[in-house]
Design a protein around this ligand. Structure first.
Ligand code: CBF
Length: 800
């Protein structure tokens, strides 16, 4: 492997010519990207091999993180920097007359996820490798991501296929030798041996071949390279039984086609269940295979392997591991159950009822007949046990059992089959304990614990904001880069006017970069000296982008009505994808775009008020958006956002949180104090009471601002159609405002006024931003991973 610039240049040149059979100058930027990516992957391969060998020879426990999503973002820069070869490569390319940035821009964000849970998984992979923990990812190799979002001339979201691997994926290695046979449908034939023991044979199944593609997960300042294993479905070498051959091919094809297929139809639901079992079955098989290479039996699986279920999507690990232990390795039920519980733990990421997965048992019986039998037996045994624990409250059993009314409750199964369950922020975990899972807490008082989320400071500060990194290095040295505790060293400097000025300079540079990005993406010109206020996250009613745009409408109306009222220049940025079948969310996107079109073209206000919706929000966009923002909008209805991780990224880059007491905002608030964030709105406790007597219509009637804003939704003000936004109006008024937007409107307007007031005082503002950065070390995913390793996985570090 190359050791210096000269060797890099020679190897890069040689590989390009060999791969494409033409002069280097004739190769395209995409070909250069693929060649460079492959070189970097190969560079890491020796470390990758050493990590596997050392894990085996040190007989180390390893973790398998099962997640339907890994929202990685581009890998090239992160891998080069983590490996410490970024300078050699970028300078070498420059000497060859090649622009590194042009090559880096060829890489598409891997379409392996959708939102926070997937991005968390990606941060964990970076932190685990960087902290020398062997944590492997297990996921699906989706050929298409969620979708690419365009905004049409009417301001509407349009979904386009996200064929992220069209040019190829240099990071992956196909491992056909580890392919796994996955069986769906068919029947289970039961037989008895001479001892009376039962045996189960899966007959007439439809076979699918799960082929793994491995991606290296490269740590920073270390030789640890972990594996993200992505499973791809291929037709098996077994004749499809009783099925149309072409139908079989297209059924197999559909499994890995895209993330979150539309599950509003029965067919869609089956497909999603298939996806879940597909990567679970393949993943469990490969864990067992790896374990048995180094151990005589599966008796000590729980000692050497931890399986983390990232939300309920992979919960079928529990019955699948039971199946393998019993049917393939002859374990009796009790011993198999003990191994499963020792091995598995589960993270809950939501309290939203619609996001808690439930499957009709009939689907499982049909698609996964043996798994259905095992789930029924888990349920039966659980009921008998739980009833004995609480004979005074037999209803508790029916409330907590996994099978209720012919439906499988995935979270209930996860709770029964795991030795540890965690929430992802303090307030979220309290809600799990006291509300969602309070019945289970009676039965297992110590099961649920908190693990507040984190984000990797490498991608989310050092690499995406080199200007801020330099300021920190110059001010406090570089210890913070390797140890998140040292972020706090900055606290000694927050009152230093020269550091404050330097911070404001850095922010200005980043805002100018953001303004250029916005111009290139949308054609909109934003003022980099205006206050940039950003809400970037999935579009969902509980996240309340609606509250944000309503406040903008209010400001606009007030300025139009009263020419003596003017605000300091504000830019409101929105970035959000709405699920393709989520009509309300799509309507909010359209509203934001229609408001933007009107306001941005109004000569009375456009110098001070600008609204821009940035299409196709993704990790790469966030890497420019986050460092360039002044205000971080975290305004979900209290109790609904499990944690949030965007809030942490903005904080780490010196943006001030404007938020409710929800998710990790609560911890941000207690770390920075009320002088350094702006908190507003009803608390969870207040909403728990308000819900019984809330009347949104009263707010509409009694608050003229709300009245005037909402009337624009039904009088055709924004695009001439009176019905266009009626759905939003109806949600607020007719359906009594499920997410308390109107209840928090007044407090939100005041919070906006407060943040504008603080922003005007530049040095005090800079001080607050510095306090936020200093306190953000706690939100490093290095800290989160340490906690999982210690409290849940009982995991030791790898020593080279
Ligand atoms: O825990 C990671 C994130 O997960 C979600 O995005 C999710 O998918 N359920 C939550 O909505 C976030 O609050 C949370 O930060």
């Amino acid at each position: 492997m190359f050791r210096n610039k000269r060797e890099f240049k020679a190897e890069f040149h040689r590989r390009l010519v060999e791969a494409y059979g033409c002069e280097m100058e004739q190769t395209s930027p995409a070909e250069k990207y693929l060649t460079l990516g492959t070189m970097v992957r190969d560079y890491a391969s020796n470390y990758w091999k050493d990590t596997k060998n050392e894990t085996a020879s040190q007989d180390l426990k390893q973790v398998y993180y099962f997640s339907m999503e890994f929202l990685l973002g581009r890998m090239l820069t992160s891998n080069l920097k983590n490996l410490g070869i970024y300078d050699i490569v970028t300078e070498g390319l420059q000497e060859l007359g090649i622009s590194y940035q042009e090559i880096a821009d060829q890489e598409n964000d891997p379409g392996l996820g959708n939102g926070g849970l997937g991005r968390l998984a990606a941060c964990f992979m970076d932190s685990a490798a960087s902290e020398n923990y062997v944590v492997n990812g297990n996921c699906i190799r989706y050929r298409a991501g969620l979708f690419r979002q365009f905004i049409n001339k009417y301001g509407e979201q349009v979904e386009m296929p996200d064929m992220w691997m069209r040019i190829g994926n240099p990071w992956e290695i196909r491992k056909l030798k580890h392919a796994v046979d996955v069986k769906f449908y068919g029947q289970i034939e039961v037989s008895y041996d001479e001892n009376g023991d039962m045996h189960f044979r899966h007959r007439h199944a439809s076979h699918v071949l799960a082929v793994p593609y491995d991606m290296p997960m490269i740590g920073a300042h270390t030789k640890t390279v972990n594996t993200l294993r992505l499973w791809s479905a291929e037709p098996a070498d077994v004749a499809p039984r009783d099925r149309d051959y072409r139908q079989y091919l297209s059924d197999v094809e559909a499994i890995c086609l895209n993330v979150y297929p539309d599950d509003s139809t029965e067919e869609g639901k089956y497909l999603r269940l298939k996806q879940e079992y597909f990567f679970v079955c393949a993943g469990v098989h490969s864990i067992v295979e790896t374990h048995l290479k180094n151990h005589p039996s599966l008796d000590n699986l729980g000692e050497k392997v931890a399986i983390q279920l990232n939300d309920t999507h992979p919960v079928l690990v529990i019955p699948e591991l039971m199946r393998v232990l019993m049917d393939e390795y002859g374990y009796a039920w009790d011993k198999a159950w003990q191994i499963v519980k020792e091995t598995v733990s589960y993270t809950n990421h939501t309290v939203m009822a619609e996001a808690l997965e439930k499957w009709p048992m009939q689907y499982i019986e049909n698609l996964l007949p043996r798994i259905a039998m095992i789930i029924s037996e888990i349920d039966r045994r659980y009921c008998a046990w739980a009833w004995q624990q609480c004979p005074d409250d037999p209803d508790l059993v029916s409330r907590t059992r996994p099978l209720r009314d012919g439906t499988l409750h995935m979270a209930a199964l996860a709770l029964i089959g795991s030795h540890a369950v965690n929430g992802v922020a303090g307030i979220h975990t309290e809600i799990l304990k006291n509300d969602l899972f309070r019945d289970q807490v009676r039965l297992y008082p110590h099961l649920i614990q908190n693990k507040t989320n984190g984000v990797t400071p490498r991608r989310w500060l050092m690499y995406c904001n080199p200007e801020l990194r330099k300021l920190l290095d110059d001010t406090i040295g570089t210890a913070w880069e390797k140890d998140y505790h040292h972020f706090e060293d900055l606290l000694k400097h927050v009152d230093d006017p020269s550091v404050q000025e330097a911070f404001l300079d850095v922010k200005q540079v980043r805002k100018e970069k953001l303004a250029a990005y916005v111009r290139d993406l949308t054609g909109e010109i934003i003022d980099p000296s205006s206050m940039i206020d950003t809400q970037a996250k999935r579009l969902h009613a509980y996240k309340r982008q609606l509250l944000n745009i309503m406040q903008v409408i209010y400001l606009y109306q007030r300025m139009k009505r009263d020419p003596s009222f003017r605000i300091a220049p504000h830019t409101y940025l929105f970035a959000a994808k709405a699920a393709s079948s989520y009509t309300f969310a799509k309507s909010v996107i359209k509203l934001i775009n229609c408001v933007a079109a009107k306001i941005n073209n109004d000569p009375d206000t456009r110098d001070v008020l600008k609204v821009v919706f940035l299409p196709n929000y993704c990790v790469t966009m966030a890497e420019t958006l986050v460092p360039g923002s002044d205000v971080s909008e975290q305004i979900s209805t209290a109790g609904k956002e499990a944690s949030g991780t965007g809030n942490m990224k903005f904080m780490m880059n010196g943006a001030i949180t404007l938020g409710t007491l929800d998710g990790a905002n609560v911890e941000i608030d207690s770390l920075v104090g009320r002088d350094n964030d702006v908190i507003f709105g009803h608390t969870v406790e207040e909403l728990n009471t308000l819900q019984y007597h809330y009347n949104a219509y009263d707010y509409y009637q009694q608050d003229g601002r709300i009245h005037d804003v909402l009337d624009t939704l039904i009088n055709g003000f924004w695009n001439g159609s009176a019905d266009e936004f009626r759905m939003i109006y109806d949600e607020l008024i007719t359906r009594n405002d499920t997410y308390f937007v109107l209840a928090d409107f007044d407090a939100y307007v005041k919070a906006q006024e407060e943040i504008a007031r603080r922003y005007a005082s530049r040095n005090t503002w800079a001080r607050s931003c510095l306090v936020n950065i200093a306190r953000s070390g706690y939100f490093s995913s290095d800290r989160t991973i340490e906690e999982y390793a210690h409290d849940i996985w009982d995991l030791q570090k790898l020593h080279f």
